[in-house]
Design a protein around this ligand. Structure first.
Ligand SMILES: *Cc1c(COP(=O)(O)O)cnc(C)c1O
Length: 368
């Protein structure tokens, strides 16, 4: 077969073995569900990016988070989770883990390591982090929590979708499992679902891999190929997202309609000091609060936007906006904010065009 720049896409459930004596040889691929050329190229690349001994793939980002929890927890265990966690993960803890006998308790999204560790009991098996939080962007002292967890024999895992394996390296900071929704920045084009979990310790990797095999997860070779292609441009896209987001965030900060900007890479923003210490770059995602305004005015602002689509998810080439207030009451401790919370994903459009769009949106808010 000719050698190409990119990996071949092997579509196959059945794998033909060379001889009868190799049918049960577990050292070679014997069935397509385990992944063939394209999936292997993707996990090799993610291993290098994450500094991992191995990476497991899952059919979505949410499946990666729930897969890690299922693989590493058992009945009677206690799980500590940041109150800023991605909403569907919270739902899984309540609706699936609780009936299976795993308790979940939440710590404040900006809790100091000592506060987190003070909640640990002899049953606490894992701490699940997400830093910054998806909507409100609180940061955690991840290295300190990972170190304290290790000293107490408690595993740490992080939903590092924000970091994309690129601008924050959880495994290098001592976290046991780095999880990503590859759907976001790695895919980068809003047309693919996939998740990953990477580990630095072979024993933890074996437990994650057993979880994948036992539950029966598999990702398609075509999706793995596309995801691998996304990785090629991740770093250059991310740099542009980050530069444009900073420009837009700085502009919003000057606007009289805006109460606060929650963008860790922006100097003066909450969490900026931890971000500067632990991150090597920014991305396109941040939020801001408007000064108190009615829901009608908030909707008028969003509906007036032209370049920003109204939609969930992020990490693609396109800019998106949502209002977040309907999601905040699900938190154990709803954040105290100065007004309605808007989250933006800054895509790859020209930042001056995005600013002009926001400016006319704020005009509709003022008029609304
Ligand atoms: C989107 C997202 C997920 C879930 O990813 P899917 O591929 O949509 O299932 C998990 N965590 C975070 C932080 C996310 O933003």
């Amino acid at each position: 077969m000719a050698r190409t720049v990119n990996p071949p896409v092997q579509r196959g459930s059945t794998v033909l073995m060379p001889s009868a004596s190799t049918l049960y040889d577990t050292h070679q691929p014997t069935y397509g569900r385990q992944g063939l050329s394209a999936q292997n190229a993707l996990t090799d690349a993610l291993d290098a990016l994450e500094g991992a001994v191995g990476t497991c793939l899952y059919p979505s980002g949410l499946a990666a988070v729930t897969g890690v929890l299922l693989a590493l927890l058992k009945s009677g265990d206690d799980l500590l989770v940041t109150d800023g966690i991605y909403g569907p993960t919270r739902r899984f803890c309540a609706q699936v883990l609780a009936p299976f006998g795993v308790t979940t308790r939440y710590f404040p999204a900006d809790a100091r390591p000592a506060e987190v560790m003070a909640m640990a009991t002899p049953s606490t098996r894992m701490i699940l982090l997400e830093s910054p939080a998806s909507l409100t962007f609180e940061l955690q002292d991840v290295p300190a929590i990972a170190q304290a967890g290790r000293a107490s024999n408690i595993l740490t895992a992080i939903d590092n979708t924000y970091g994309a394996g690129l601008i924050f390296k959880p495994l290098a900071h001592g976290v046991d499992v780095s999880i990503q929704a590859l759907t976001k920045y790695v895919g980068g084009h809003s047309d693919l679902f996939m998740g990953s979990a990477s580990a630095a310790d072979p024993a933890i990797l074996r437990r994650l891999a057993a979880g994948v095999v036992n539950v029966g997860w598999s990702v398609s070779p075509d999706d793995a190929y596309q995801m691998h292609r996304g990785l090629r441009t991740l770093a250059v896209r991310m740099e542009q997202h980050a530069a444009s987001a900073l420009t837009v965030a700085q502009w919003l900060k000057t606007r009289p309609e805006v109460d606060e900007v929650y963008c860790p890479p922006l100097p003066g923003s909450p969490g900026h000091d931890l971000w500067r210490r632990d991150f090597t770059g920014g991305n396109g995602l941040f939020a801001f609060t408007l000064k108190p305004a009615s829901e009608t005015k908030v909707h008028a602002f969003l509906d007036a936007l032209d370049l920003f689509g109204l939609g969930f998810s992020w990490g693609g080439f396109e800019s998106l906006a949502i209002h977040c207030d309907p999601q905040l009451p699900f938190r154990q401790e709803p954040p105290r904010l100065g007004g309605p919370l808007i989250r933006l994903h800054i895509g790859l459009e020209a930042p001056q065009d995005l600013i002009a769009d926001l400016e006319q949106g704020l005009g509709a808010l003022d008029a609304g």
